[in-house]
Design a protein around this ligand. Structure first.
Ligand SMILES: C[S@@+](CC[C@H](N)C(=O)[O-])C[C@H]1O[C@@H](n2cnc3c(N)ncnc32)[C@H](O)[C@@H]1O
Length: 280
């Protein structure tokens, strides 16, 4: 990679720009350009696509995305110390990299990018789940993105692809699988990062479906599954009591026994319940 883009190795970038990792920003950097190139390839065919990258840091994945042919990359980075390193990448790929310094939670990608848009990120752990839930629950579907290729702690990745009846099945699995195909495409050991985190990581690739698998209002579905899994050991009639005084009737109307526990309930049944919750 260093030869392809003429830019220095990432260890040198880190040294030159004195990018010592900050824990408060979830900074665990990937310094192996072969690895970042591999992650970029998991993002799908990037030619003709704009890409949103959250948290580029010293820019390893950014370089991979540009080398893979992304039309444009919008990189949103909170840490101003990373800007000079990212500016060098922008110089190496004229007109193709825009860097915004700020909080990704406050940036509207559609103000900067043109569809088709793919998202790729080695996400800061502190905001990763919040961003994912936000990307999965817009009111209207399809969303601004065609695919999400995201690095998480392996534990979180497993929760995204979990199936009913398993311990990891919950709100993340339901929201992800309701409107997208989700699979784990890579696993990385702690030593792949600098500094090494305590846990393993994994890359999840989600492809947006044209329409949700089952009809439901996203806000209602999110509220119902949130409440159901908040008290996952309780029967649903108890876990969801606060949502409606006649919750038992609504559960039955959705085809769910009121004594069932959240872990056993399929996506289809949760969507039926979300529809029942909107009936007066
Ligand atoms: C896990 S590091 C990944 C860095 C780089 N992509 C890599 O793979 O080496 C997460 C990056 O996200 C940045 N970051 C943290 N919170 C952020 C936020 N709210 N918005 C944008 N970037 C953020 C951090 O400064 C850091 O550079």
């Amino acid at each position: 990679m260093a030869q392809i883009d003429g830019l220095p190795p990432l260890s040198e970038v880190i040294r030159t720009h004195q990018l010592s990792a900050k824990k408060s920003l979830g900074q665990n950097f990937l310094l192996d350009l072969n690895l970042t190139a591999k992650i970029a390839r998991q993002a799908g065919d990037l030619s003709g696509c704009d890409v949103l990258e959250v948290g580029p840091g010293p820019g390893g994945l950014t370089r991979g995305l540009l080398a893979e042919g992304a039309r444009r990359v919008l990189a949103v980075e909170k840490d101003p110390r990373c800007l000079p390193a990212l500016a060098e990448i922008a110089d190496a790929y004229p007109g193709r990299l825009q860097v915004i310094q700020g909080d990704a939670l406050e940036v509207n990608p559609l103000e900067h990018l043109t569809p088709p848009i793919r998202v790729a990120a080695n996400l800061p752990y502190n905001v990763g789940t919040e961003l994912l839930v936000r990307w999965l629950t817009p009111k209207d579907w399809p969303p601004f993105w065609q695919s999400l290729t995201l690095m998480f702690q392996r534990e979180v990745a497993e929760r995204i692809v979990a199936q009913p009846g398993t311990k990891k099945y919950g709100r993340l699995a339901l929201l992800a699988q309701w409107r997208a195909d989700a699979r784990i495409v890579m696993e990385l050991p702690p030593e792949a990062f600098v500094p090494a985190p305590k846990v393993h990581s994994a890359v999840v690739h989600l492809t947006a479906l044209d329409k949700p698998r089952f009809e439901a209002d996203p806000a209602v579905l999110s509220r119902v599954v949130g409440a159901a899994f908040n008290q996952r050991r309780k029967m649903l009639r108890a876990a969801l009591k606060a949502l409606s005084p006649d919750i038992e009737d609504r559960l039955r109307a959705a085809g769910i026994p009121p004594t069932e526990r959240a872990e056993q309930v399929s996506l289809e049944a949760f969507c039926a319940l979300a529809r029942e919750m909107t009936r007066s």
